[in-house]
Design a protein around this ligand. Structure first.
Ligand code: PGA
Length: 276
C-alpha cells in the first residue's frame, strides 16, 4: 500500500534563523506519524543546514530543481550529484513556476528527471494545466503531453530507476497555485486517476505503487477532502509549508486519511479515463 507523502516547497523563502525555528517545530511534531512520509524542499543554500538539522529526524529534505547537465560551463546551475552530496532524498522537477519562466520545456524537465534518478534522488515531477487550458477543455490533453516524455520517453534502464527510487508525480493545476483556489476533490481525483492510468499503460505494477500528490492551495481546511480521494497520495505545499502549524496539521490529516484508506477492503486498480 502506498504511504502518503507530504512535501513542503519553500520556493524563494527562508533565512538561517527562520529555518532553524521552522525545522525545529516540524521535528518536534512529526516523529510519530504512521503511513505518512514528510519532506521539505529548500533553496540550495540551505541544504547544508537541513542536513545538519534533519539527519536524525523522520523528515527528509530535497532540492527544488536540478540541472539537466552533469558538469561544465553552466554558470549558476547545480547538478543532481551535488545536491545528493547533501543527503537529499528528493528533487522537485518541472514546477510550473519554472515552466512559466520558459526555462523548462518537457524535454528539459525529462533530462532533469534523468539526472536526478542517476544521482539516486527521487524526482517529484510536476504537471498541470493553466486556467485557459482547463476552460478550453484541454486539461487532460495538456497533462498527457507533460506525462508522455516520462511514460514513454524514459528507456527501460531509466524507468527501472524511476521504480527503484519511487519517482513521484505532482498534479498541480497552475490556476490553483498560490491563489487560494484549490481544485475540487473530484477534479483532482479525475486527473490523478488519468495519470495513474497513463502509467499503467507502460507498467501496471508501478502504477499501483507510484505516489501521485496534489499541489495548489492545499491547506488545513481542504486537506481532508482532497487527501481522502483514492488516487491522491499526499500533497506538495507552498504557502502552507512555511507555517509550522499548517504543515503539521496537513501531515496529521494525511495520516488520518491513510488510516482510512488502509481500512478499506481493496485498494482500487487503475481504470481507463477517457479524454473529455
Ligand atoms: P501553494 O503552492 O500551496 O502555495 O499553492 C504549491 C506549489 O507551488 O507547489
Amino acid at each position: 500500500m502506498r504511504n502518503q507523502l507530504v512535501v513542503g516547497n519553500w520556493k524563494l523563502h527562508g533565512s538561517l534563523l527562520e529555518n532553524q525555528s521552522l525545522l525545529n517545530l516540524l521535528k518536534q511534531s512529526l516523529h510519530d506519524l504512521h503511513g505518512v512520509d514528510t519532506a521539505v524542499c529548500l533553496p540550495y543554500v540551505y541544504l547544508f543546514q537541513a542536513q545538519a538539522m534533519l539527519q536524525d529526524s523522520a523528515i527528509a529534505w530535497g532540492a527544488q530543481n536540478v540541472s539537466q547537465f552533469t558538469e561544465g560551463a553552466y554558470t549558476s546551475c547545480v547538478s543532481a550529484a551535488m545536491v545528493a552530496e547533501f543527503g537529499c532524498r528528493y528533487s522537485i522537477v518541472g514546477h510550473s513556476e519554472r515552466r512559466a519562466l520558459k526555462l523548462e520545456s518537457n524535454q528539459v524537465a525529462t533530462k532533469r528527471v534523468l539526472h536526478a534518478l542517476h544521482a539516486g534522488l527521487t524526482p517529484i515531477f510536476c504537471v498541470g494545466e493553466t486556467v485557459d487550458e482547463r476552460d478550453g477543455g484541454m486539461a487532460e490533453l495538456i497533462v498527457k503531453n507533460q506525462m508522455l516524455n516520462i511514460v514513454y520517453g524514459l528507456d527501460d534502464e531509466a524507468f527501472a530507476l524511476a521504480k527503484k527510487f519511487n519517482m513521484v508525480i505532482a498534479y498541480e493545476p497552475v490556476w490553483a497555485i498560490g491563489t487560494g483556489q484549490h481544485a475540487s476533490p473530484e477534479q483532482a481525483q479525475r486527473m490523478h486517476a488519468f495519470i495513474r492510468w497513463m502509467i499503467a499503460e507502460r507498467d501496471p505494477e508501478f502504477a499501483t505503487q507510484i505516489r501521485i500528490v496534489y499541489g495548489g492551495s492545499l491547506s488545513p481546511s481542504n486537506a481532508q477532502s482532497l487527501l481522502s480521494m483514492p488516487d491522491i497520495d499526499g500533497g506538495l505545499l507552498g504557502r502552507a509549508a512555511l507555517v509550522a502549524e499548517d504543515f503539521i496539521q496537513i501531515c496529521r490529516t494525511a495520516a488520518l486519511c491513510q488510516h482510512q484508506k488502509q481500512s478499506a477492503v481493496e485498494p482500487p486498480t487503475p481504470q481507463p479515463v477517457s479524454l473529455a
